[in-house]
Design a protein around this ligand. Structure first.
Ligand code: ADE
Length: 256
């Protein structure tokens, strides 16, 4: 998958892209990331990419011409993909959006700065606008990195273990169960016996129940769209949790 990133701070991206899984994915050609410095498309000798807002007010607005020229250049260089503006005014980024984007061949990520980008650039060049959450960053760069990271790990062969992405929190709407590794005892605290039992069926059932318990406690809103199998309802009933689950999901075991 090809990502073109348009930014006035290309160096911000270097370290996140040069470590760990993203580095390996790049080396293996699973993802390709091209960084374009928007300043290279400014037409004055100071390489100005922002200016004061018409009508007055605080802050600076990114000028439309360098942004437009930068998008046109990546188009010429073969990226025909969706142009996404990272902005707090965009639609909310979720795992479903990550999955949607992972199905694309290429993307163009435009990192806004300052108080925003000129409306004419936004309206004429951007196909999509994404916000990574209800808070304000100093610019879209960190948001673009979040998007690249979360989309890349969904691509075939990027994670070492093919099933890892599928077992994630949010692959269904459940939080992940607690995890333990060695030592068996840490500062007087042990590990749930069942995880040491070697009984894979029992372990799966235990983890399912723990995932549901954690989701009810921390993010009951996520359960609203969850659907459970007949076997899962049976387990929930056995644990005395069916009532608590029914209270927050649209799903019910009566229909089966
Ligand atoms: N730019 C500034 N804040 C942002 C946010 N929350 N999401 C995406 N881009 C941003």
């Amino acid at each position: 998958m090809l990502f073109d990133v348009l930014t006035i701070f290309p160096d911000l991206f270097r370290s996140p892209l040069e470590e760990g899984i993203l580095r390996k994915a790049r080396e293996e050609g699973k993802i390709r990331i091209r960084l374009t410095d928007i300043r290279d498309f400014a037409d004055d000798r100071h390489a100005t990419t922002d200016d004061r807002p018409f009508g007055g007010g605080e802050g600076m607005v990114m000028k439309p011409e360098p942004l437009a020229a930068a998008v046109e250049k990546v188009r010429e260089d073969g990226n025909a993909g969706r142009v996404i503006l990272l902005t707090p005014q965009g639609r909310r980024y979720t795992q479903d959006v990550a999955r949607e984007l992972a199905a694309e061949e290429s993307l163009v990520l435009v990192c806004g700065r300052y108080e925003g980008v000129d409306e004419r650039f936004r309206a004429s060049f951007c196909d999509d606008e994404i916000s990574i959450g209800d808070y304000i960053l100093t610019g879209g760069e960190l948001a673009a990195m979040v998007l690249i990271d979360s989309v890349s790990r969904l691509l075939p062969g990027v994670l070492g273990c093919p099933d890892s992405a599928g077992k994630d929190t949010f692959s269904r709407s459940l939080l992940k169960h607690a995890q333990y590794t060695r030592p068996r005892e840490f500062r007087g605290i042990g590990v749930p016996e069942v995880l040491l039992s070697g009984d894979h069926g029992e372990i799966e059932r235990y983890r399912f129940i723990e995932a549901v318990r954690r989701t009810i406690e921390r993010r009951p809103d996520l359960l609203a769209r969850e659907r459970f199998s007949r076997e899962e309802w049976r387990l929930l009933k056995k644990q005395g949790m069916a009532g608590a689950v029914s209270a927050v999901t649209a799903d019910s075991d009566d229909e089966r």
